[in-house]
Design a protein around this ligand. Structure first.
Ligand code: ADP
Length: 613
């Protein structure tokens, strides 16, 4: 049944009660009306007739008196006029006998009237005033009184009946009033009770449904609407139950997946040998892996999951990386092993290299940061070992290399005797290789100095033009030999920069040497200066073969050389250049297109607090 029909049915008792009240009111009114009507019909007419008969009788009597005083004509006229009136009213009364004793009273009135008429007939023919007066007093007057009394009796009888009936009517109306009020109240009460009960019954499924909706809203996914109703509410309840079921299934599956994902991600970070700390967007510790618990003493089970128990060196680095990542600067990638933090432990010093990664949410951006402290103790030791080895080897190479170069130089210059062409060619090739070897040795020594923290900058204010000229000069000869046009674009008005000129010359020299070496015969190398954003920018461009895109980011790494490219040294030049530029607080990079050439650039701040490597 539809909700509308249910509600309509629920209103039926009230409507019935109203109908009943209406019927009761109509019948009460009719009964009261009929009571009034009865009084009017039964008694009022008789009262009127008795009154009129009395009037007519008085007039007839005064007519008789007129005759007695000699006004015979007027007396006759009056009697002739009033007599039919009396008789007509007497007939009316006779036909309207309604009360007990009224028939007898009416009969008596008629007999007195007839006796009066007879006496009147005897009276009227008499002559002589005295005779008439005497007869009037003896014969007519007593009969007149008797007739009038009889009419009075009829009158009184009907008036009494009227009073009694109206009293009866008043009582009846009072009773009916009481009955009506009681009936109305009872009907209304019954109607209201029944309507309320039916409405409650009709709306009961709605209440059940709304309770189920509320429970579901509060998170109780087991909430269902147990509704037996059909129609719209039944359909609504069925739809609701289906929705709740789907929600429960979805929640179960997503919760399961979530738990699984959580435990597998926990297992994944636990499997890492290095400490991992996950920070919230507010900076609190959200999660740690087993290695972090063991090595750093941080635990998320602690009430204050914070870095309070972590040693000062690691805490400082964790906080720095966390701040870097949470400030939106992107992931934190260490520049090299030199950034590793040294921590003393029972088994000797340990080295940790920090890495930070932002945790993103789809909608709200960064919601946390993951910091991994990579244990690079062994690598660091290898690195140190390698540096020592490289430094030692380079150092040991230097002296024999110098004498070797000297010997070759003396031979080539024919100081020790003339050479055949073949011998000269061979010695020239040996000299070239010696020069390369010398560059490698120099680079290795530079590198080992930088790595052991010995890159001390001797800063002074220099004009950028001067720097360019001094750095380019040693390569003019080589450029000429290779028929490469080496052009410098100077800016005489440019302010001096505060740099270590020796070191910047190394950087510029490396870039120019590379550019000249990679330029084809007849090529062109340009060295230019530019100013902007509080820094001076040096640019070295060539129209050589260019550098394939995939190698561009790596050519600044140590010992990296583009595969398949001949010549050059140990792949250290650009890495040394980068270390020097960064030590100055600047930056270095390359723009290159294969087949078109390369443009290397680096910047140094115009004036700044210098960074020591
Ligand atoms: P090397 O001293 O061995 O040349 P670098 O660090 O100076 O090492 O350079 C690294 C690599 O970058 C080189 O092997 C070379 O292939 C490439 N490279 C450097 N400069 C240029 C250039 N101007 N044009 C093309 N390739 C270059």
């Amino acid at each position: 049944m539809t909700l509308r029909s249910r509600l309509l049915i629920a209103q039926l008792p009230l409507a019935l009660a109203l109908g009943l009240v209406g019927v009761l009111a109509v019948s009460t009114l009719r009964e009261l009306g009929e009571g009034g009507q009865r009084i009017l019909q039964d008694n009022y007419r008789s009262v009127l007739a008795a009154q009129r008969m009395k009037d007519a009788l008085e007039r007839i009597d005064s007519g008789a008196l007129f005759v007695a005083i000699g006004e015979r004509k007027q007396g006759y006229e009056q009697i002739a006029q009033q007599q039919p009136l009396f008789e007509r009213e007497l007939d009316v009364q006779q036909s309207n006998v309604t009360e007990p004793g009224e028939a007898e009273a009416t009969g008596e009135l008629r007999s007195h009237w007839e006796a009066y008429l007879e006496a009147l007939e005897r009276y009227l023919p008499l002559e002589g005033q005295e005779t008439l007066r005497a007869r009037y007093l003896t014969d007519l007057a007593p009969r007149f009184h008797a007739t009038r009394n009889a009419a009075d009796a009829v009158l009184a009888l009907n008036q009494d009946a009227m009073v009694a009936k109206s009293e009866e009517l008043r009582r009846t109306s009072k009773r009916i009033n009481m009955l009506t009020i009681t009936g109305v109240l009872a009907a209304l009460l019954a109607g209201l009770t029944a309507s309320a009960a039916l409405t409650r019954r009709a709306l009961h499924p709605m209440a059940v449904l709304s309770q189920a909706v509320r429970r579901l809203g509060q998170g109780d996914l087991e909430a269902r609407a147990q509704v037996a109703a059909t129609g719209e509410i039944g359909q609504l309840a069925a739809d609701f139950n289906a929705m709740a079921e789907r929600l429960r299934v979805y929640r179960e599956s997503s919760l399961g997946e979530l738990l699984q994902a959580q435990s597998s991600s926990q297992a994944a970070i636990d499997s890492l040998p290095d400490p991992v700390v996950v920070f919230s967007a507010e900076g609190g510790v959200l999660n740690v892996n087993r290695a972090a618990e063991q090595r750093l003493g941080v635990s998320v089970e602690q009430v204050d999951a914070s870095l309070a128990h972590v040693g000062p060196e690691l805490r400082e680095v964790l906080e720095r990386v966390r701040a870097h990542v949470l400030s939106g600067k992107g992931p934190y990638i260490p520049r090299g092993y030199e950034e590793a933090v040294r921590v003393e432990s029972g088994e000797g010093p340990l080295f940790f290299l920090p890495r930070g990664t932002p945790v993103y949410a789809e909608t709200s951006g960064i919601v946390g940061a993951t910091v991994l402290l990579q244990d690079v103790t062994r690598l660091k030791r290898f690195d140190e070992l390698k540096n020592d080895l490289v430094a030692t080897v380079a150092h040991e190479f230097r002296t024999p290399l110098t004498s070797l170069r000297m010997a070759i130089h003396l031979c080539v210059e024919e100081v020790v005797g003339p050479l055949t062409t073949k011998q000269a060619d061979l010695l020239n090739a040996a000299r070239e290789d010696c020069e390369r070897l010398q560059k490698i040795v120099d680079d290795l020594l530079d590198l080992s100095r930088i790595q052991s923290g010995q890159l001390e900058l001797h800063v002074r204010a220099v004009s950028p033009d001067e720097l360019v000229e001094e750095a380019v000069a040693p390569y003019r000869g080589t450029a000429q030999e290779r028929q490469v046009d080496l052009v410098t674009f100077l800016s005489p008005d440019m302010d001096r920069v505060e740099v270590d000129p020796e070191r910047i010359s190394v950087v510029l020299g490396n870039l120019v040497a590379n550019a000249v070496r990679h330029s084809p015969e007849g090529g062109r190398v340009e060295v230019a200066l530019a100013k902007g954003d509080g820094a001076v920018r040096f640019e070295v461009s060539d129209n050589g073969p260019g550098i394939p895109h995939e190698h561009q980011a790596r050519i600044f790494d140590r010992f990296y050389r583009v595969p398949g490219v001949d010549g050059g040294a140990a792949g250290l030049g650009l890495s040394i250049a980068r270390d020097i530029v960064r030590a100055h607080g600047g930056d270095i990079g390359v723009m290159s297109e294969e087949g078109k050439g390369s443009r290397f650039w680096f910047t140094v701040p115009e004036r700044r607090g210098l960074v020591t490597a």
